[in-house]
Design a protein around this ligand. Structure first.
Ligand SMILES: [Zn+2]
Length: 275
């Protein structure tokens, strides 16, 4: 066990409404979409930023700091801004090629990314072959994820982190006070990262043409869904999605829910062409 000064980061994806989670198809597709987006974010992280814990829709990362705190906090902040670029690029790609008609696939644009940053001492313990982070600062960064901000896509950092890193150059910053449950009020700085280019129009709902990006995604989603429905794939911890028990009925629900929106969309297109 050792105590180390560290940059702490949580990146979290959420935004789906209850409507999206009502049916098996939509729920399983929501899981695939969030996983894809989170993987794109994680792929951007590089040394010294390391994954401490990975959940379905959030990742907790840290970077221990031995040298200059300012250089270290600036480097981590730069990586976090790149998370947002990676998130948006993946979001655009998914919207552009997803031809499924279910509510989750039709509302990818509702998803958003938020990141919370803090700097402080943490206790690092070795548990088996893994390292586990603990201490008040670890709790604080997690508690700040629940806050009063209603705007999508933002970086929230504690004043401690802001003062060390100097914040984001040229971006407007908001000073706020957030209540970290059980830990009192915390002064924070928030950057709202607004989308500069509008998101693309969603791909039309239909059964995709063979050999296209859409088919690859369609098949991958089906594959994940069948592995989940047959119990081969355990559910990762998605805190923004319900942990619905999958039964035999869910398989039927999936098969119907997968096809009906596509059939309706295809028929209405054929019908519209004829008239
Ligand atoms: Zn779908």
């Amino acid at each position: 066990m050792e105590i180390k000064s560290s940059c702490l980061v949580i990146a979290d994806i959420s935004g789906y409404t209850r409507f999206v989670m009502l049916h098996t198809t939509s729920l399983l597709h929501a899981e695939t979409i969030i996983t894809d987006l989170l993987e794109a974010v994680i792929a951007q992280s590089e040394h010294p930023l390391t994954i401490a814990k990975l959940e379905g829709d959030a990742v907790f990362l840290y970077a221990t700091v031995e040298g200059d705190q300012r250089v270290a906090t600036r480097n981590v902040l730069k990586q976090v801004t790149e998370f947002f670029d990676a998130f948006r690029t993946k979001e655009r790609a998914l919207i552009g090629c997803n031809t499924c008609g279910c509510p989750a696939c039709r509302s990818i644009d509702k998803l958003h990314l938020k990141a919370v940053l803090h700097y402080g001492d943490v206790v690092i313990k070795k548990v088996g072959q893994f390292l586990e982070l603990a201490g008040e600062n670890v709790i604080l960064v997690h508690r700040l994820l629940k806050n009063s901000i209603t705007i999508k896509n933002y970086i929230l950092m504690t004043d401690t982190y802001y003062q060390l890193s100097g914040g984001l150059e040229g971006e407007r910053v908001e000073s706020r006070t957030e209540n970290a449950e059980g830990m009192g009020d915390v002064s924070v700085k928030v950057y709202y990262l607004r989308e500069k280019i509008p998101l693309p129009a969603p791909a039309p709902a239909r059964i995709p043409e063979p050999g296209t990006e859409s088919t690859i995604l369609y098949e991958r989603m089906n594959d994940y869904a069948y592995r989940r429905l047959s119990g081969l794939e355990p559910r990762r911890k998605f805190s923004s999605l319900p942990d619905t028990k999958l039964t035999r009925l869910s398989r039927l629900d999936y098969a119907i829910g997968r096809l009906i929106p596509q059939i309706i969309a295809t028929l209405s297109r054929v019908f519209a062409k004829k008239h």
